[in-house]
Design a protein around this ligand. Structure first.
Ligand code: SAH
Length: 220
């Protein structure tokens, strides 16, 4: 259990993170800023990195994966412009941090993670912190989650050379997908809208994500 003063300390760190790393860099969406003020990011990183949880960079979360830098997460969420009624598909739950933010910003979140060990840990963290409108499964996210399609929005947290067609197929008409696209040396965030059944691509900004890899891993 955290004492009251530890709680105050992380809340202050989180406020500072939102102001300096996110609001001052141009993110204006109040719903996104509020969600980032609310989700206890330190609960999603391994014990040994907790003191760095509110720093301006990615952190290791095990299995060779990382929790993304707070700013890039905020930018992706702002571009997605989620409505409280949206049903969202996330690819790459990792620690579950972005899943928690999506839980506050939308009505239902479905998340696919290829590493069973990460999926289990993310699920238990989300349950402990009482994020209830979330389902996680172990699988190859390039196939999406057809059972719950179509989705209003899809957020892909790992980089791919091309937009996975199965994901686009699971987007509703008018829906939007945010994904890092390109090789490791030159990825860019792209916002893809489904307009008359066709993808409409908008290139946003450079980024660097771990790759979207085929298949699943169970190292438990
Ligand atoms: N958003 C996460 C960080 C994601 S890192 C967080 O907040 O912690 C990218 C994640 O995508 C990793 O956990 C990785 O295991 C997962 N991943 C990579 N390829 C995948 C695939 N094909 N299907 C599902 N998950 C995948």
């Amino acid at each position: 259990m955290e004492s009251t003063s530890q709680c105050d300390h992380v809340r202050t760190q989180r406020e500072t993170m939102v102001r300096r790393q996110i609001a001052e860099r141009g993110i204006r969406d109040e719903r996104v800023l509020d969600a980032m003020r609310a989700v206890p990011r330190h609960e999603f990183v391994p014990e040994s990195f907790r003191q760095d949880a509110y720093e301006d960079h990615p952190l290791p979360i095990g299995e060779g994966q990382t929790i993304s830098q707070p700013y890039i997460v905020a930018a992706m969420l702002e571009y997605l412009a989620l409505q409280a009624t949206d049903r969202v598909l996330e690819i790459g739950a990792g620690s579950g941090y972005v899943t928690a933010l999506l839980s506050l910003l939308s009505s239902e979140v479905y998340s696919v993670e290829r590493h069973a060990a990460l999926a289990v840990l993310a699920e238990s963290t989300l349950r402990r912190l009482e994020y209830r409108n979330v389902k996680i499964r172990v699988g190859d996210g390039r196939q999406g989650w057809a059972e719950y399609a179509p989705f209003d929005a899809i957020l892909v947290s790992a980089a791919t050379l091309e937009m996975p067609p199965a994901l686009f197929a699971q987007l509703r008409e008018g829906g939007r997908m945010m994904a890092p696209i390109g090789p490791p040396s030159s990825q860019e965030l792209q916002l893809i809208r489904k307009v008359s059944g066709q993808p409409d691509f908008r290139i946003l900004e450079g980024c660097r994500f771990v790759p979207l890899v085929e298949g699943t891993v169970d190292s438990r």
